[in-house]
Design a protein around this ligand. Structure first.
Ligand code: SF4
Length: 527
């Protein structure tokens, strides 16, 4: 075992590092059914953090990246270090892998956003923990490891300048297996949403890469053949003047390279207040944006300090974004203190009128280290489970105020059930198309691939729903506006993917509830 931990002194050869992204549990975000419809795809996004880590290694280190979401992991790799990253939702699998490799004598390294937020959870799990942004502390670990003096914890306590971030080793990712390639321009967000852990990790002053860095990353992605790029920034417009410069740069880049990339990102809803910004988004070829809408109730938005959503009626904002040909994917939350059982109907009405197909609804969850977590702990309103890291689970660690816990979960399930009926899917598509300008982007799929997607959608998704679903599908086909056809197809793919997950997930919940009822009746009979 000891030989694996460190090579013999005086036998210096290149270090070998294996970086692993653990399997993600299935959730509303994983889009498993949709990915099966797309040619050759196995997951949404590659592990960008690991590609950045690989670029920070000494030039002579041999690095391999394995993503368990798209390939099998090796049980006995010939390496000196195994590094395993993870977000909160991956923690159980990350912990399992760290334990497995450590038991086999490997030097194991833990990192990722959860290790950054809660390094104390990794005590005894890894030889070394990398907590925080890696640009300065990871090269320090590499130097120490080469000298056989690695520490147990490397924690970034200062501020990382993103100008010091290298071009990620995109070449180590199997990019063709992902729906999107990922690129990060900024870290940090100026807002103060109470439930958000991003600002706990990255701070409220957005830091950005230079435009030259972005250009180099795009050049590398283009060289590797990637066409769809997701700017994974938590809020691309956190610094508005800088965001405009970036978009102007992207517009010129796209013109020069004949609109090679189709782009998407996450941004705050106040983007709708800046028509010049929206025009730039469109000319830079952004086809979609994910926005945290959370609630349409002003009292709930004020409660959670989401003040950037209070500028105007939210439906007006969404339709203004549609008017620039940009689709809106959105996150919603139920269970704020101001939410009563009426919130489910309000969410339904808004999502329907706005025509939002990718509506990621979650139960308010207190993530560790957030202001919400601190407040609820003080109020004695936290359930004891510390493992809650995904807002779209069917449970939460928050004890609700405006309704019972059971009413919250049941209302949530009913809301999804209602939204995922065929007639509702079709209605949302029609409501969106009424306001969505013709998209500006060109398909990243070749003609035969696009035909294959349509064929698989019809065969696996539309026909199994019987004549009724076929009728709903046909009613949404934009025969007079063929340019909207790709939008309609992708809306059905997204909706049926959510429905596929919901059917399995909700059915499992109902079964568990029945079992619990049965067991409480049985134990009641014994006492
Ligand atoms: S806008 Fe998004 S990233 Fe910014 S604080 Fe709110 S939830 Fe966090």
């Amino acid at each position: 075992m000891a030989q694996r931990l460190f090579r013999m002194e005086g036998t210096r050869t290149a270090m070998r590092l294996l970086l692993i992204n653990p399997r993600l549990p299935e959730s509303w975000w994983s889009s498993r059914w949709a990915i099966g419809i797309l040619p050759g795809k196995r997951a949404l996004n590659p592990p960008l953090g690991l590609a950045t880590l690989a670029a920070l290694c000494p030039a002579d280190w041999q690095v391999e990246i394995i993503d368990e979401n798209v390939e099998d992991i090796p049980s006995a790799p010939d390496v000196d270090i195994v590094g395993i990253c993870g977000m909160g939702v991956q923690f159980p699998r990350q912990r399992e892998l760290l334990g497995n490799y450590r038991k086999r004598g490997y030097y194991v390294l833990a990192g990722g956003s959860y290790a950054s937020l809660c390094p104390e959870r990794y005590t005894g799990l890894a030889n070394t923990v990398i907590a925080g942004e890696a640009e300065y502390i990871f090269p320090q670990f590499c130097r120490d490891f080469e000298q056989h003096t690695p520490k147990a914890l490397y924690r970034e306590t200062g501020t990382v300048a993103l100008a010091d971030s290298p071009v990620p080793r995109f070449d180590l990712l199997k990019l063709d297996r992902y729906v999107y390639a990922s690129l990060q321009f900024s870290r940090g967000c100026p807002f103060r949403c109470e439930f958000c852990d991003i600002i706990v990790m990255f701070g409220r002053k957005p830091r950005v890469k230079t435009l030259e860095q972005v250009g180099r990353e795009l050049d590398e992605l283009r060289r590797l053949g990637a066409r769809s790029v997701f700017f994974v920034d938590d809020n691309l417009i956190g610094n508005l003047p800088v965001a405009k410069k970036l978009l102007q740069f992207l517009k010129e880049y796209q013109e020069k390279h004949r609109y090679w990339f189709s782009l998407g990102t996450e941004a705050s809803l106040n983007m709708a207040q800046h028509p010049d910004l929206l025009a730039l988004f469109r000319s830079a070829n952004f086809s979609w944006v994910f926005i945290g809408i959370e609630s349409t109730d002003p009292e709930s938005l004020k409660e959670t300090l989401k003040i950037q959503n209070l500028h105007e009626d939210i439906l007006t904002s969404v339709r203004r974004i549609y008017a620039y040909g940009i689709e809106v994917l959105a996150g919603f939350i139920v269970g704020f203190d101001h939410d009563t059982e009426a919130c489910f109907e309000q969410q339904y009405q808004f999502i329907t009128e706005a025509g939002i197909q990718s509506a990621m609804i979650g139960l308010l969850t207190a993530l560790p280290k957030t202001p919400l977590y601190a407040r609820l702990r003080k109020e004695g309103r936290l359930n004891t489970s510390d493992e809650v890291n995904d807002m779209t689970q069917l449970s939460t660690n928050v004890i609700p105020k405006g309704m019972s816990y059971e009413a919250l979960v049941e209302g949530y399930i009913d809301l999804y059930r209602r939204l995922l009926q065929d007639s509702e899917i079709a209605l949302r598509i029609r409501n969106k198309l009424r306001h969505l300008a013709a998209p500006n982007y060109r398909s990243v799929y070749r003609a035969h691939e696009a035909l294959g997607i349509v064929a698989r959608l019809v065969w696996r998704g539309i026909l199994p729903g019987g004549l009724r679903r076929v009728g709903r599908f046909v009613s949404t086909l934009p025969l007079r506006h063929p340019s909207a056809m790709a939008t309609v197809i992708s809306e059905w793919v997204v909706a049926l993917s959510m429905r596929d997950f919901a059917e399995r997930r909700l059915a499992a919940h109902v079964r568990t509830r029945q079992l619990l009822q049965l067991s409480s009746q049985t134990s009641g009979a014994h006492t």
